[in-house]
Design a protein around this ligand. Structure first.
Ligand SMILES: Nc1ncnc2c1ncn2[C@@H]1O[C@H](COP(=O)(O)OP(=O)(O)O)[C@@H](O)[C@H]1O
Ligand SMILES: [Mg+2]
Length: 223
């Protein structure tokens, strides 16, 4: 089991007014699974992803990552998990605009302390896998939306994380490019046993999901 979530609650604060985002979510995810978090806008998908990514703190309930309770993890341990075990693919890509595709992919590997030779190997492998090795010297503004998303996937993949968290990875892409992106994520799962957790309400994504976890107003609903 990679994640075990019980009765998770989370609220934001806006001008001293609480905004409930998760209202009792329970969910187990096995290693190597492919899970889509679905639901309409505002249902809590991104919030749940940021808790699974150890970006937001647990306010109520329990969240275990590989059997370790989030609440008792030290900051250092949480940082290590984020750095080594979790790959993020954000909705707006969040690539570094001044770095080339190659440098973007390499960046986290440098932070992980991966030795230079191994780093070059992984960067090449990841960029080849997403079909962008010949564009490695391009900066994000010299790439299309689909290509940027592929760089973001390569960047997450090169880390060889246990889990990839992707927030609406197909939202800004046409259907064909979106399909290719999903295929690449599946390939990663096949090659490295990476657990995939994708927040999306795109029918294309839901259709291909191993399992759909349906959210509504911060809670699971059964359709
Ligand atoms: N930074 C924030 N500050 C205040 N409220 C927020 C913030 N982010 C999200 N919310 C609110 O939390 C709820 C869940 O949002 P979110 O997790 O972004 O849903 P989804 O990703 O499904 O669209 C919504 O009501 C949203 O307005
Ligand atoms: Mg969202």
């Amino acid at each position: 089991m990679i994640y075990s979530v019980r009765d998770l609650h989370f609220q934001y604060w806006l001008d001293l007014i609480p905004v409930p985002a998760l209202r009792g979510v329970s969910l187990d995810i096995d290693s190597g699974e492919s899970v889509v978090l679905s639901g309409p806008s505002g249902s809590g998908k991104s919030t749940l992803l940021s808790l699974l990514g150890l970006i937001e703190g647990v306010q109520g309930g329990s969240l275990k990552f590989l059997g370790q309770e989030f609440a008792v993890l030290s900051e250092k341990k949480k940082n290590d998990i984020r750095r080594f075990q979790i790959g993020f693919i954000f909705q707006n890509f969040q690539l570094f605009p001044t770095l080339t595709a190659e440098e973007n992919v390499e960046y986290f590997l440098i932070r992980q302390g991966v030795p230079s030779l191994e780093r070059k190997k992984r960067v090449k492998h990841a960029l080849e896998a997403v079909g962008l090795w010949d564009r490695r010297s391009h900066r994000p503004n010299e790439l299309s939306g689909g290509q940027r998303q592929r760089v973001a996937i390569a960047r997450a993949a090169a880390k060889r994380p246990k889990v990839i968290l992707a927030d609406e990875p197909t939202a800004s892409l046409d259907q064909k490019t979106g399909g290719e992106i999903l295929q690449m994520l599946d390939q990663l799962r096949g090659e490295f046993g990476t657990t995939l957790i994708i927040a999306s309400h795109d029918p294309l994504v839901i259709e291909r999901a191993g399992r759909v976890f349906q959210l509504m107003d911060g809670k699971e609903v059964n359709l």
